[in-house]
Design a protein around this ligand. Sequence first.
Ligand code: AHG
Ligand code: MN
Ligand code: MN
Ligand code: MN
Length: 337
Amino acid sequence: MPRVTLSRYLIEQTRSHNTPADLRFLIEVVARACKEISHTVSKGALGGVLGSTETENVQGEVQKKLDVMSNEILLEANEWGGHLAAMASEEMDSAYQIPGRYPKGAYLLVFDPLDGSSNIDVNVSVGTIFSVLRCPSQHFSQNDSLGEAAFLQPGSRQVAAGYAIYGPQTMLMLTLGDGVKGFTLDRELGSFVLTHDAIRVPETTHEFAINMSNQRHWQAPVQRYVGELLAGTEGALGKNYNMRWIASMVADVHRILTRGGIFMYPRDSREPAKPGKLRLMYEANPMAFIIEQAGGAATNGEQRILDIVPQSLHQRVAVFLGSKEEVERVTQYHQTA
Ligand code: AHG
Ligand code: MN
Ligand code: MN
Ligand code: MN
């Protein structure tokens, strides 16, 4: 069997599914940036990349050095190619404008440059999450700057989404809306090679992921559901469940894509104004697109994540995603509460 690199996969997608050449270029550029982030992350203490900066991002989080470095790598890689109208990131207050010396293109790139950054200093998997939207023509201008409004599209309009995971292996998981493909970085070749062709999330599972330390702040439907999971064979669900929580969404989602499970970050009664911790545009939408494309489900408890129309760039959302049977159960508990 010939090795199928990411480049070859994308060219074949252009032939079979008319994937536009500028979208193909965009994905290749993002993948190249992820290779550079992978390399930077892997230097650890030797490269002086661990630890925090003095700054806070718009989310009110202290930025790690690698949050800032990864953000810059993605901006620099993507600003010159002529494929983007603008970019937005967890680490920037507002939309990033393509410098005037470069042409603008048809797409919007949205990313969480480094996900799981609390895990950097303890050498646990982190990642990069990205989402690609088309820039609506009424918002596009070659000369004027692009406002937030261009980005505020439901996740169902994503044309591509993916994440890179920097773990024991560096992998890139990608969807163009036609299933999910997994590529492993071959460090000798310097290329991502297709290694996971037909990714499916098993519909049933006996594994869940949630930060249990927040239990006292959850609302009734989540209390009920997690209570049943914990009750095991003695409870209403009649089976025992195992728990995992890595605190890197990429790593938790990657496990779910590999062997099933349900991931939950519910809203928290401490912050009624903030429905959950995770960000709709940088985290929930791309992951929901990937999970649905692999046969799983993703809701905020009440509705499909991909149907939510964002009101602002940094909007937060409750997240329940993974194996269909469990996501449907916890969603139903919300709907009947
Ligand atoms: P980020 O590092 O991009 O800010 O995201 C962290 C997120 C997500 O990756 C993870 O699932 C969650 O925060 C962990 O939250 P807790 O620390 O509350 O467990
Ligand atoms: Mn963060
Ligand atoms: Mn994140
Ligand atoms: Mn992040």
